[in-house]
Design a protein around this ligand. Structure first.
Ligand code: FUB
Ligand code: ZN
Length: 599
């Protein structure tokens, strides 16, 4: 394929097979075209993608692969999972190509793919750092070696690549990698799991793309093998690695947050493809518990800096929140798979919260700088005590650079998470202006969401009456559809070609209090408007933000300010001026707080 026209039905990041047990079917990224808020963020991201290549060059990730490929000589540098950053970036290139085909993207993709292919061993093994730094001694330290993790990201990139560009070069590499893993690990083979999940999701998606049942079986095996303390065999604490409790017996998430949510997302894929309702039910319980007790109001996941882990229930400090950007991304991936499987709007609600807040704060308005850690309070005189400290402000890259290319691939492929279809019609889960094509049904969406709550959907074409399902977020009390009250969940309307449906979501400023057990914010409120969580930032206040209070009886108002922070609606409560949390630290990493003590 050369860069001519955009693909029209590119399948998205999770595309269940025809026999999968799912309530909803995702639309392809080529079937959803958006403008507005998210398109602005995607445009900024598009400028970051070529920069990403430069960063991978500077940080040595690409050189490691060249050395493994015999194209260069030297020592491997960077973290053991350095290859994974290259693969996440390659995945971003693919989704970006689907949005805006360009010869430049295609050339970059092919050049780097060729290096990766050359680095692969004849039997399919591929991990440049192990090949170069560890003399090719494979799988000697699976809790830390990230060999399956790197393979997983490679596979995800390969699937995206074939879906978006039609190129099969990386897919050929990925199938060989997966075959090698299936020859090595499993029920009758070596009984072991990698310390960092992601291979589960990846193998299921490869099965969906290439159709080899053994890859689905290996994903099932990795999901089931976890939780039996295999990792403690290496002298490690299994909790950190989500290896203490079997996935189908767990009632919550624990340990390292990114590991936990990637594992759950992969388990949801396995459950969908195998029609395993018991596994899906267990995941639903875990998701609910995570949302109720271990999720920040921003959708951020993982309270502890210590081991980048989930805390205990209600352990949600604001200033020392970890809330890694990758964890919000994994949370979205898990929620999306649960949404496909169940059709339950609460997963789409969670995606909305995570995307607009916990995830989006991870990237600057310019699209090129990133937070690794996303606190809900930043104190004055905060001391930057490490590479990833928010006190530095957002940064272009990190020694451990998992987040930047993860943001790139998520923003580039965002259209894949917005709408679905079923036998009866189309479901719109997230609102953005643009067009949605689901087979014979095409829709045009007009909205200025998230600034305004009016969403107008026009049915441009439909084969007959179809059901249009519009999500009414749980926060949208008083919502209406065509003037009639609409309850949270999905408002379902039978429509035909030419009809227009109007959803109105109230955009009043809301005051949110936390569960009383969240000691960290007792006596405080957070301010929300629509899907956005707001924050007080020093640039808008003379009083130190650390000392601010909020008067709940004070008048509230909101005003759209096109000139501020790329165009935001500012909320005023008495003397306080609040800006969307995602936009903080774009005027310097000055003090900020989401939870504000009441007077
Ligand atoms: O281990 C790979 C990545 O590095 C994890 O997903 C992040 O949390 C960071 O530790
Ligand atoms: Zn990360």
């Amino acid at each position: 394929m050369t860069a001519t026209s955009p693909p029209t039905s590119t399948r998205g990041p999770a595309a269940p097979t025809g026999t999968a047990q799912v309530a909803l079917r995702p639309l392809g990224v080529g079937e959803v075209r958006i403008g507005g808020f998210w398109a602005d963020r995607q445009r900024a991201n598009a400028t970051a993608v070529p920069l990403g290549r430069q960063r991978l060059e500077e940080a040595g990730n690409l050189e490691n692969l060249r050395i493994a490929a015999g194209r260069a000589s030297g020592e491997a540098i960077g973290p053991i999972f350095a290859d994974s950053d290259v693969y996440k970036w390659l995945e971003a290139v693919a989704w970006e190509y689907a949005r805006h085909p360009s010869d430049e993207l295609l050339a970059m993709q092919r050049e780097i793919t060729a290096i990766v292919a050359d680095a692969q061993e004849p039997d399919g093994y591929l991990d440049s750092v192990v090949q170069v730094r560890h003399g090719g001694r494979r799988y000697t330290d699976l809790p830390w070696s990230h060999e399956h993790y790197c393979a997983g990201h490679l596979i995800q990139a390969a699937v995206a690549q074939v879906r978006c560009t039609g190129d099969t070069a990386l897919l050929d590499v990925a199938v060989k990698v997966a075959d090698h893993l299936a020859d090595t690990f499993g029920e009758d083979r070596r009984h072991d799991v990698d310390g960092h999940p992601v291979i589960e999701m990846a193998l299921v998606e490869l099965y969906r793309e290439a159709g080899h049942a053994r890859h689905l079986e290996l994903a099932r095996y990795f999901v089931e093998a976890r939780g039996h303390g295999l990792i403690s065999a290496y002298g490690h604490d299994p909790t950190y690695f989500s290896d203490r409790v079997p996935v189908r017996e767990a009632t919550t998430v624990e340990g390292h947050a990114v590991r936990a949510v990637y594992l759950a997302a992969g388990a949801a894929d396995v459950a969908a493809e195998r029609g395993d309702t018991a596994l899906l039910d267990a995941l639903a319980t875990q998701f609910d518990h995570m949302l109720a007790t271990k999720t920040y109001v921003t959708g951020g996941l993982g309270a502890r800096w210590d081991r980048e882990a989930f805390g205990d229930p209600y352990e949600l400090p604001t200033d020392r929140a970890y809330a890694e950007t990758c964890a919000a991304i994994g949370g979205v991936q898990w929620a999306w798979r649960m949404l496909l499987a169940t059709g339950d709007a609460r997963y789409a609600d969670a995606i909305e919260r995570m995307l607009y807040n916990g995830f989006l704060a991870g990237v600057s308005l310019s699209g090129t700088e990133y937070f690794y850690v996303n606190p809900l309070q930043h104190r004055s005189e905060a001391h930057a005590d490490g590479d990833r400290s928010p006190a530095h402000g957002r940064r272009g890259w990190f020694d451990c650079a998992c987040c930047p290319p993860n943001v790139m691939r998520t923003l580039a492929g965002l259209e894949g998470y917005l709408a679905t279809r079923d036998g009866d019609g189309v479901q719109v889960h997230q609102y953005a202006p643009g067009t949605i094509s689901a087979g014979d049904t095409t829709l045009t969406v007009e909205t200025q969401y998230p600034w305004d709550g009016l969403v107008r959907v026009r049915v441009d074409a439909a084969p007959g009456p179809v059901t249009l399902s519009l999500r009414v977020p749980a926060w949208a009390e008083g919502a209406t559809v065509d003037g009639k009250p609409a309850e949270p969940g999905y408002a379902r309307v039978r429509v035909g070609a030419g009809e227009v449906v109007e959803l109105r979501l109230p955009m009043e400023v809301r005051t949110t209090t936390a569960h009383p057990r969240v000691d960290a914010v007792r006596g405080c409120v957070a301010i929300e408007r629509g899907p956005l969580v707001y924050a007080a930032e020093q640039a808008d206040h003379d009083t130190p933000v650390d000392d601010l209070h909020i008067d709940l009886a004070a008048p509230r108002s909101s005003e759209h300010r096109p000139d501020l922070l790329g165009g935001v609606t500012v909320v005023t409560v008495g003397e306080l001026t609040l800006v969307p949390y995602y936009a903080w630290a774009n005027r310097g990493a000055a003090p900020m707080r989401v939870w504000i003590p009441t007077t």
